[in-house]
Design a protein around this ligand. Structure first.
Ligand SMILES: Nc1ncnc2c1ncn2[C@@H]1O[C@H](COP(=O)(O)OP(=O)(O)OP(=O)(O)O)[C@@H](O)[C@H]1O
Length: 232
């Protein structure tokens, strides 16, 4: 086990609004981690910083000891909260594009996942339902053999049966030395696959814990703890 991600005293402001406030977080390799927090707590902002979409106003972020940039993008596979794909493209062409672009893209794994979810690679994204588009994007992201997967709301738009398949796929396909950081509000759906949880509140980390610790020592599910901590 080694340190994969270090977020050191990071602040991020949008004008006068402070989204992240001296946030610190360290993730080791080999874990599936839930990034959980109420609306507006800073999850997407943190994820964008880890992926170099935004830059911090203060502090620094390191992946495998490297500052965020071209080299870290080679080892981080990112599912954004909004699609960046060209809706006019066929899935097959997007797979070709990913294979050219990412050295770690496993095209066989991608076609296998498409087949299991009955998605036709000849279809164009724009002809697909919202949930199917989301499945395609997740397949693209999980078909890279990355060290860190950062998934922003990966299962929000898919039906419960597909959620189970997708979570099983994540579990069975990912390398045990990799780490997955998943931001989601669907805690009950994902908590069985999580090793650890990170609670974020008002732009700072309010709790980091193993899921076993919450279950055994506190005697409750992560979902129940979340509802208690963030009761409105
Ligand atoms: N582009 C922006 N301009 C101004 N404020 C922003 C912008 N993006 C986010 N914010 C603010 O920063 C804070 C954190 O937002 P962020 O999207 O990171 O939260 P989140 O935890 O991902 O929320 P949600 O669960 O609703 O997706 C919020 O107060 C939000 O209003």
């Amino acid at each position: 086990m080694s340190t994969l991600l270090e977020v050191k005293d990071v602040c991020k402001r949008y004008g006068k609004k402070t989204a992240l406030d001296h946030l610190n977080l360290t993730l080791e390799s080999g874990h599936i981690v839930g990034l959980l927090g109420p609306n507006g707590s800073g999850k997407t902002t943190l994820i964008k910083l880890i992926n170099g979409i935004l830059t911090p106003d203060e502090g620094e972020i390191l992946v495998e000891g490297m500052k965020i940039g071209v080299e870290t993008k080679k080892v981080v596979s990112y599912l954004p909260d909004h699609t960046y794909l060209n809706m006019g493209m066929r899935v097959r062409d997007i797979l070709d594009y990913f294979e050219d672009f990412y050295q770690d893209f496993d095209v066989v794994r991608a076609y296998d996942m498409l087949a299991k979810l009955s998605i036709n690679p000849n279809d164009k994204l724009k002809s697909m339902s919202k949930g199917t588009k989301e499945k395609v994007q997740l397949i693209l992201v999980m078909s890279r053999r990355a060290d860190l997967y950062v998934l922003d709301e990966p299962i929000a738009g898919v039906d419960p049966a597909a959620r189970d398949y997708i979570l099983r796929t994540i579990l069975t396909n990912y390398d045990e030395n990799a780490t997955i950081l998943i931001s989601t509000h669907l805690i009950a759906d994902v908590e069985n696959v999580l090793d650890e949880v990170v609670f974020i509140q008002n732009g700072t980390i309010s709790l980091t814990s193993s899921v076993d610790d919450i279950r055994i020592n506190q005697g409750k599910s992560v979902d129940a703890l979340f509802r208690e901590v963030f009761r409105c």
